[in-house]
Write a protein of this length. Structure first.
Length: 181
């Protein structure tokens, strides 16, 4: 009887693991933003149309300032999408129930449907590190365009980066002179 209970237990655990593998992480996953060796959602998702992915937001930021950013997924399967954003320094912040902070990275809570323009847009914030000089930061983003069928096939992700410069106010900035005649 104990042997039968053990077999049922093992089959149950394996079944739960298989369901998670087949249906992926609909509530988001981290470590696939492209920051760590180029890993992306395409490590698991495949056979779809690769979308265009972009990050928009300020590229010159004061130390300690919090700024708003957006990751946009355009094209691809045009059903829904998810994201994973990481940054080389500073702190990411989730702004809504559509995103969450996990392992210091932003990811989705559920796949988000495309908007009327055929794009998926996620908004979040980032707080720059407090520094005394100038530092270059890179924000990494993966946008996964999915067909919504619950499997990993028929999906594809695109990667992008956004360079950000954090510059203290005491830094001298030289602007070109404009001559007016």
């Amino acid at each position: 009887m104990k042997k039968r209970a053990l077999i049922v237990f093992v089959i149950t655990v394996l079944s739960i693991s298989a369901v998670q593998y087949v249906f992926g992480f609909s509530s988001g996953i981290t470590g696939f933003s492209g920051m760590n060796g180029g890993n992306s959602c395409n490590n698991c998702h495949h056979s779809g149309i690769t979308p265009e992915v972009s990050i928009t937001g300020p590229q010159l930021v004061l130390p300690g300032a919090t700024q708003l950013y957006s990751l946009t997924i355009s094209g691809g399967q045009q059903i829904s999408g998810g994201l994973n954003v990481a940054v080389s320094d500073g702190a990411l912040l989730s702004l809504s129930s559509e995103t969450q902070l996990v392992n210091d990275e932003i990811t989705h809570t559920d796949p988000k449907s495309v908007n009327q323009d055929g794009a998926v847009v996620f908004s979040y914030a980032w707080t720059a590190p407090v520094i005394t000089g100038t530092v270059a930061i890179t924000m990494y983003g993966a946008g996964n365009s999915v067909d919504g069928n619950g499997s990993n096939s028929g999906d594809a992700a695109g990667l992008t980066t956004l360079p950000i410069v954090v510059m203290a106010l005491d830094e001298q900035v030289y602007l070109p002179m404009i001559r007016r005649d």
